[in-house]
Design a protein around this ligand. Structure first.
Ligand code: NAP
Ligand code: G4F
Length: 328
């Protein structure tokens, strides 16, 4: 039975990846921040077969302990402070967790695998946020990185450190440059979930309006369940490498609003949406659109859920949850 250790198990991708690996017969270990983590219960009830280990990406010895306990064949480093807007307010902490945390994870795997540098296959959760002020359209593995947020800068550090450990020590370390991916499990601070929650509440008469920032930014949005499959495929390759994972389509926040409100029968959303400068960012990533040709040809991966289905899935899930919460 293959074994996998996942950091960021309590997050959106951690849950989908654990589900996928369990369905493939893996023994799955989840690395989770320790004492009294409010998300422990979520993992324990959703995925009771996942074995939880406590630790923190800023604590090298806790990662080494988790490696010793789980003896994994594959290590998926999904843990990060991942909310871009927050990263300006907490730039140092974001750098420590999202940037230096990757170094800790790589170093722990290197120390643990001294007898055979490719004993543990390593996956790093890199991000399209690294493209920032985009230098080519669409963006692929060769596009120059130009991050626009402390989060993006930290991800660039982790990305290059992963490549450096591969080249320096012969580690099987791959980096997935994933474009935005969403789901009903997306945190409510991210724009897609913020909208799907608000739209469902507005349609049920539980909320009056919704405040957002920049409506003109464009993202290449896919479904998280499809994207974790690409992570797994990367670690099944004989040689480690870097891959862009994207739908190759781009849509604005306005287009997301169009589909989400139409889904509940509201044709004109303008009376319900307010723009609030509090949600504008000091520097914006205006346009993301990926070119995932390499992943499609080498990994045989392709996304299954398209943009309208993703929006419908998220609104339907929030409608059901809001009805349940309101006892409707
Ligand atoms: P998420 O829902 O925000 O989950 C982040 C996870 O990291 C949580 O489990 C969180 O645990 C954990 N974490 C935070 N600080 C930690 C620390 N100091 N030590 C250990 N774990 C820590 O993010 P996601 O959407 O699943 O994304 C997974 C990864 O992919 C992240 O690295 C993200 O930056 C990257 N990524 C995401 C996207 C996307 O569109 N979703 C795109 C590209 C890359 P707690 O529950 O304890 O906070
Ligand atoms: O949903 P977002 O917060 O996601 P963002 O910044 O693109 O980052 C996500 O995707 C990255 C991959 O490219 C990941 F690496 C990262 O961890 C995270 O998962 O914002 C999307 C867009 C931005 O342009 C933002 O300015 O939506 C715009 N936006 C407009 N109003 C808003 C809001 N974003 C949020 N979160 N909240 C708003 O009210």
């Amino acid at each position: 039975m293959p074994r996998a250790l996942i950091t960021g198990i309590t997050g959106q991708d951690g849950l989908y990846l654990a589900e996928l690996l369990l369905s493939k017969g893996y023994e799955v270990y989840g690395f989770m921040r320790g004492q009294n983590n409010p998300k422990r219960e979520l993992v324990e009830t959703t995925l009771p077969d996942v074995k939880l280990l406590t630790g923190d990406l800023t604590d090298l010895s806790s990662i080494l302990r988790a490696l010793d306990s789980s003896k994994p064949d594959e290590f998926y480093n999904l843990g990060a402070i991942s909310f871009v807007a927050y990263s300006w307010e907490n730039a140092h902490l974001t750098s420590e967790v999202t940037g230096l945390g990757v170094l800790n994870a790589l170093e722990a795997v290197r120390l643990y695998s001294k007898d055979d540098p490719s004993k543990v296959r390593f996956y790093q959760a890199s991000s399209s946020e690294m493209y920032g002020k985009v230098q080519t359209v669409p963006q692929n593995e060769d596009t120059l990185l130009w991050p626009r947020s402390p989060y993006g800068v930290a991800k660039v550090y982790g990305h290059y450190m992963t490549i450096n450990y591969r080249e320096s020590y012969g580690m099987h370390a791959s980096s997935g440059i994933l474009f935005n991916h969403e789901s009903p499990r997306r945190g409510p601070e991210f724009v897609t979930r913020k909208i799907s929650q608000a739209v469902s509440r507005i349609s049920l008469g539980l909320q009056k309006d919704l405040s957002l920032g920049n409506l003109d930014a464009r993202r290449d949005w896919g479904f998280a369940g499809d994207y974790v499959d690409a992570m797994w495929r990367m670690l099944q390759q004989d040689t480690a490498d870097d891959y862009v994972i994207s739908t190759n389509e781009t849509h604005s926040i306005r287009e997301y609003l169009d589909l989400a409100f139409k889904h509940v029968g509201i044709e004109d959303w303008t009376p319900y949406v307010k723009q609030d400068p509090r949600f504008m960012r000091p520097a914006e990533v205006d346009l993301l659109i990926g070119d995932s040709t390499k992943a499609r040809t080498t990994l045989g991966w392709e996304p299954k859920v398209d943009f309208p289905s993703l929006v419908a899935m998220m609104v339907d899930s929030d409608l059901a949850e809001q009805k349940r919460l309101a006892g409707l």
